[in-house]
Ligand binder design. Structure first.
Ligand SMILES: [Fe+2]
Ligand SMILES: [Fe+2]
Length: 193
């Protein structure tokens, strides 16, 4: 369903397991960024009532995810570390069309968001299947389902608001770019690392 070019090497899970506190801190901030991203899209495209309605719901879910991760951190006696940079997302961001016309930028932002949801979903699926920690396995399974729904939301709006733009072609360009980009990842204990 996600149509990613490259699956994550399962050895990444072993790296994650070596530092659970770090993956949880990184993950918590990923959820914060996802909520912030949804609110940013709403801010710049507030004339679309259906989009605002759906993304307000999505932002709430991302904040709930942030809270769920924070609760696990507290329960385990860990500390939420400072905000972590997401180099993968920052590189993906560079691919976006930001100087073109407003509609093209809007569609690109939705596709960029769909891509991050798709990769996060793939990472959560792998974690749910492979991580030995039972609580986290169940947790990541539930999140995988939620992020798959977000992927669908973003891709659906990209198609809806991309009339006159070849959205599928643009998506394929992004998928190809991401497929190359992700080759240099999978080596650190972060959600997109
Ligand atoms: Fe999330
Ligand atoms: Fe999400």
């Amino acid at each position: 369903m996600l149509h990613l070019k490259l699956e994550t090497d399962p050895r990444w899970v072993t790296i994650v397991e070596s530092n659970i506190e770090e993956i949880l801190t990184d993950h918590a901030w990923c959820e914060q960024k996802a909520a912030t991203n949804a609110i940013t899209i709403i801010t710049y495209n507030s004339e679309h009532e259906d989009l605002v309605t759906a993304l307000l719901e999505l932002a709430k879910e991302e904040l709930e995810h942030f809270q769920m991760v924070h609760n696990i951190i507290k329960k385990r006696g860990y500390t939420l570390g400072s905000e972590r940079k997401d180099h993968y997302v920052n590189q993906l961001y560079k691919f976006m069309n930001k100087g073109g016309n407003r509609q093209q930028s809007f569609v690109d932002r939705l596709l960029f968001s769909a891509m991050i949801e798709a990769r996060s979903c793939e990472r959560f699926k792998l974690l749910s299947q492979r991580i030995k920690d039972e609580e986290l396995s169940k947790f990541y399974h539930d999140l995988m389902i939620s992020e798959a729904g977000h992927y669908t939301t973003f891709i659906t709006f990209a198609r809806q608001y991309g009339k006159g733009i070849d959205v599928d072609k643009r998506w394929q360009e992004l998928v190809a770019f991401e497929g190359e980009l992700i080759k240099s990842y999978g080596k650190s204990e972060t959600i997109h690392g």
